[in-house]
Design a protein around this ligand. Structure first.
Ligand code: ADP
Ligand code: MG
Length: 365
């Protein structure tokens, strides 16, 4: 018995050393960070992958870059490509067979548009073009004439005019012109996040100018992201994102133009054909990028009245709205998650509960 004790002690020491080495290896693996900024999708997309070998992280980032670039080419609203061909076909009263990826995003867009009560409607590409937002740089010059705006509104282009049969797309209304700008980033980052997961990447963030999808965690803490202040350089708040969450912001502070002292935003109200005014920024916290992105656009259109009903109809709960007078409105689900950056929020946050009993819209296939 007394002879066995030193052996046991030695064995115990070896075990402790092995565990320490394993723990250190795991810790250093978790510390491994691969960060790259890609210029794809007409914007800068920051990809950060943690806890992977450099080779694997590099290969995964390259795959994401290729995917986003091909989506950009296929889904572009005004350069030649698959969506452009589809728009030409629709205007000529023809159908077109696209690929499953575009058909899928159009099906999602049609459902989200229906749920938003038509406030989010990617079929209003004609109006968006008329206002001059079909260009890489914001428009200059005068806004379009009231007659031209009214004529396009009267033609009532709607996503619900689309007929989607497998990958065969047609429209019952030739005025439909598709512009996926209101949710393409969300749909694309969802596909990119799925691609990373399929490649076995567990911890990553995809950040396209503040629109973010996350996988897993940032080492032993959550991924933390900021919501930009639309009025001054800085952040309104920060949020610690849980694995699989997304945060999307629609803002009227980046793409807009000014004419004779008046500011015209790039989000158009499909009911009037005119840019939205009241809301300067909407952030949506969710688990689906396409839905969050579409909802942020829809709630910008909804304005301070009725936005909470639209959020419920679209199935989103975490919402922060910033009005043109700087007021902050948040759902309780968002309020719980907002952290001030610095001492306090830039203004008191008014908490607006989501209404109960909003009938579920019937927006099936
Ligand atoms: P951001 O570019 O700030 O993320 P959005 O996600 O709201 O903002 O996208 C704005 C883009 O969506 C516009 O440039 C235009 O292409 C498109 N768009 C504008 N108004 C609407 C609308 N009512 N419904 C759907 N898409 C829209
Ligand atoms: Mg959007």
């Amino acid at each position: 018995m007394t002879e066995r004790r030193p052996k046991l002690v030695a064995l115990g020491l070896v075990l402790v050393c092995v565990l320490a080495v394993l723990w250190a290896a795991r810790a250093s693996r978790q510390d491994r960070v691969h960060r790259e900024t890609l210029y794809v999708f007409g914007t800068l997309v920051e990809v950060e992958i943690r806890g992977e070998d450099t080779d694997r992280a590099q290969a995964a980032t390259a795959a994401v870059g290729r995917l986003l670039q091909s989506l950009h080419e296929d889904w572009h609203a005004w350069r030649p490509g698959l969506l452009g061909d589809l728009n030409t076909a629709i205007a000529e009263g023809r159908g077109l067979t696209v690929d499953d990826r575009l058909a899928g995003v159009l099906r999602d867009g049609r459902r989200l548009s229906c749920e938003s009560g038509g406030l989010f409607d990617p079929a209003i590409g004609g109006l968006i073009g008329l206002w001059g937002f079909h260009a890489d740089t914001p428009p200059t010059g005068a806004p379009p004439s009231a007659d031209r705006v009214a004529a396009l509104v009267a033609a009532r282009p709607r996503m619900t005019d689309l007929r989607i049969d497998g990958a065969r797309i047609s429209s019952t209304n030739p005025a439909v012109q598709l512009d996926l700008g209101g949710f393409a980033k969300g749909a694309a980052l969802d596909l990119a996040a799925a691609e990373l997961q399929a490649m076995g990447i567990e911890n990553a963030v995809l950040n396209a100018g503040g629109d973010v999808n996350v996988l897993g965690t940032h080492g032993d803490r959550p991924w933390r992201v900021a919501i930009r202040d639309p009025f001054v350089w800085g952040a309104v708040a920060a949020i610690a994102l849980r694995p699989g969450e997304v945060l999307y912001t629609s803002g009227n502070y980046e793409r807009y133009f000014e004419h004779e002292g008046e500011r015209f935003a790039h989000i158009i109200d499909p009911r009037t054909g005119y840019p939205v005014r009241e809301i300067v920024s909407v952030s949506v916290l969710d688990t689906n990028g396409a839905r969050a992105d579409a909802a942020a656009t829809a709630l910008s259109v909804a304005g301070t009245q009725g936005w909470a009903e639209v959020a419920v109809a679209m199935g989103v709960q975490g919402v922060l709205m910033i009005t043109d007078s700087g007021a902050l409105l948040a759902t309780p689900q968002m309020m719980q998650r907002l952290e001030p950056v610095g001492d306090a929020f830039p203004a008191p946050v008014e908490v607006v509960p989501l209404p109960a009993g909003v009938p579920a819209p019937s927006c099936g296939e």
